[in-house]
Design a protein around this ligand. Sequence first.
Ligand code: AMP
Length: 114
Amino acid sequence: MSKTLFSKIIDGEIPGDFVYRDDRIVAIRDIGPKAPTHILIIPVKPLRGVDAASAEDQALLGDLLLVGARLARELGLEEAGYRLVINVGADGGQTVPHLHVHLLGGRALGWPPG
Ligand code: AMP
């Protein structure tokens, strides 16, 4: 299986603007931000998407959200609010087949999405 874009960033083969890193999870700034703050929280494990996760990934899935909430707090988004989003598949708008959570904030975000 060929390496995903995000695995290449995690491994330093492609540059990434890291805002968080531990042995299981990284967070980078999105290259095409859709809000003033747009961060991707990514597991080092290259799951295709949340649809490819299983019970053994339960703690990892929870930790992705906890890292997102912690970053939002640290970046001062908590009071105004923010959004954590997981896109899945074509209709969900997923373009990179490596699970990631979007952290979006810094402006009022529309709902429902277009
Ligand atoms: P999704 O469409 O949910 O799969 O999200 C993929 C995201 O990855 C998009 O918001 C892209 O802007 C972002 N992206 C693509 N290439 C890079 C890159 N090299 N560095 C950071 N973010 C990227």
